[in-house]
Design a protein around this ligand. Structure first.
Ligand code: NZQ
Ligand code: ZN
Length: 392
């Protein structure tokens, strides 16, 4: 195991009616005037907005609002949010929604205290050291942004979808009421399940040895999704399954299961090219790219893939032919994704062979000209993975 430091000080209020604590939590973490940030209106339709507002009013918190965050959040609204926070002297941002709303809130929080273009954090990889405080009320279990120090947004000038990070972006508190997720359509629910699994897999496939504790934590989260996921697809009102999934989304990405080990993240970068241009849901793009990546890199460490197959997907270990076991695990992962309604190929999400050159020319492999850590992929490898994903 590698050396690491781990400090993840978000305060979580979890369970039924937990949103009633929102106003008190804003106060407790030093907020006097909040920007209530939300998406395209789901929180108004579902009654979440009214409940959160009632809690803020009861605590005497002043607020201004900015709605309209789109899935795969865009820079235009972030610039608007930064101006609004400065004019209104906002001292905390309260994001009410899914990962896109939270990420947009984080970008605004960083931008308000930055003397320059907030996009510098994304384009130049500058760590965010100062930001307004952030609180979240989560309505979708997926991105894990409620407990992570990261944000991913798209700049409309060039459609670049990029991430930025820094401890200042970790929310001070997050309110997680699983009841808020029962209104999610099955497809969006399944996208969330896939994203949660992908966050684990990006950490699980590592070259670091002797990481049994975090391996077992990763496998536990994947198993939980395997068991609880189909329950909410069959019955969206299943509170207990929704609750387990909501917490899985947090632990999958606040890095508790990723510490002390090299992580990969190439699938996420390849996926972001899809959601930046085609407005594919992030989870759907991952459902296509993750198995294709696995197929391409499997031979790099057959035994790790065989472990994934046996421990997560209950495959029998074929000691005479571990590659067969490894392949069986990938196949079962694919079958699982199909069973919850996820697409299996680029073609399924409207991306054809003719789009790959455009994707490749837009993709920035960075200074090292490679992507990922488990296997360092060069441009040719990346292109081959997109091709593998075309009609998988
Ligand atoms: O906009 P509204 O009207 O709220 O509707 C949203 C949106 O259309 C809807 N929705 C949310 N909660 C709902 C609901 N509909 C009914 N009932 C509810 N309770 O769902 C749609 C999708 O929402 P979005 O926030 O885009 O989804 P998600 O949470 O999956 O977030 C995806 C974004 O997170 C980024 C992704 O790249 C993507 O942009 N990620 C952020 C990460 C991070 N900050 O650490 C890591 C992830 O890997 C990921 O990249
Ligand atoms: Zn993700």
């Amino acid at each position: 195991m590698d050396q690491f430091t781990f400090y993840a000080p978000t305060y979580f209020a979890f369970g039924k009616d937990s949103e009633q604590k929102t106003g008190e939590l804003v106060k407790r973490f030093g907020g006097h005037k909040v920007l209530l940030h939300f998406g395209g209106g789901s929180i108004k339709r579902t009654g979440v907005y009214a409940k959160v507002k009632a809690s803020l009013d009861a605590a005497g918190i002043d607020m201004v609002e900015l709605g309209g965050v789109q899935p795969n959040p865009r820079s235009g609204l972030i610039y608007q949010g930064i101006d609004l926070c400065r004019q209104e002297k906002v001292d905390m941002i309260l994001a009410v929604g899914g990962g896109s709303v939270i990420d947009s809130a984080k970008a605004i929080a960083a931008g308000v205290l930055y003397d320059g273009d907030f996009w510098d954090y994304f384009s130049k990889g500058k760590r965010v050291e100062k930001a307004l405080k952030i609180g979240t009320v989560l309505t979708l279990a997926a991105a894990g942004s409620e407990g992570s120090p990261d944000t991913v947004v798209t700049h409309e000038d060039g459609q670049y979808k990029k991430g930025a990070g820094g401890e200042a972006l970790r929310p001070s508190f997050s309110v997680l009421n699983p009841e808020f997720t029962v209104t999610l359509p099955p497809y969006q629910t399944a996208c969330g399940l896939t994203d949660i699994m992908a966050h684990v897999c990006e950490r699980y496939f590592t070259n670091t040895k002797h990481v049994e504790t975090t391996d077992r934590m990763c496998e536990g989260i994947l198993k939980a999704i395997q068991v609880e996921g189909p329950k909410v697809i069959a019955d969206p009102q299943d509170y207990d399954a929704r609750a387990n999934i909501m917490w899985a989304g947090m632990v999958a990405h606040n890095n508790i299961c990723g510490v002390g080990r090299e992580q990969d993240w190439s699938t996420h970068v390849m996926e972001h090219e899809l959601s930046a241009h085609n407005d594919v849901a992030h989870g759907a793009g991952l459902a296509v790219m993750m198995p294709a990546w696995m197929q391409y890199v499997m031979k790099h460490d057959i035994m790790r893939f065989a472990q994934f197959a046996v421990r997560v997907w209950d495959c029998d270990m074929d000691f005479s032919d571990p590659e067969r076991t490894a392949q069986a695990g990938i196949n079962r992962f694919r079958q699982f994704l199909a069973s919850i309604g996820m697409p299996g190929s680029l073609t399924d999400i409207g991306i054809g062979a003719g789009d790959i050159p455009k994707i490749m020319s837009h993709l920035n492999l960075g200074d090292g000209h490679t992507l990922g850590r488990f296997v360092q992929l060069n441009a040719q490898d990346v292109q081959s993975i997109y091709e593998l994903a075309l009609n998988a």
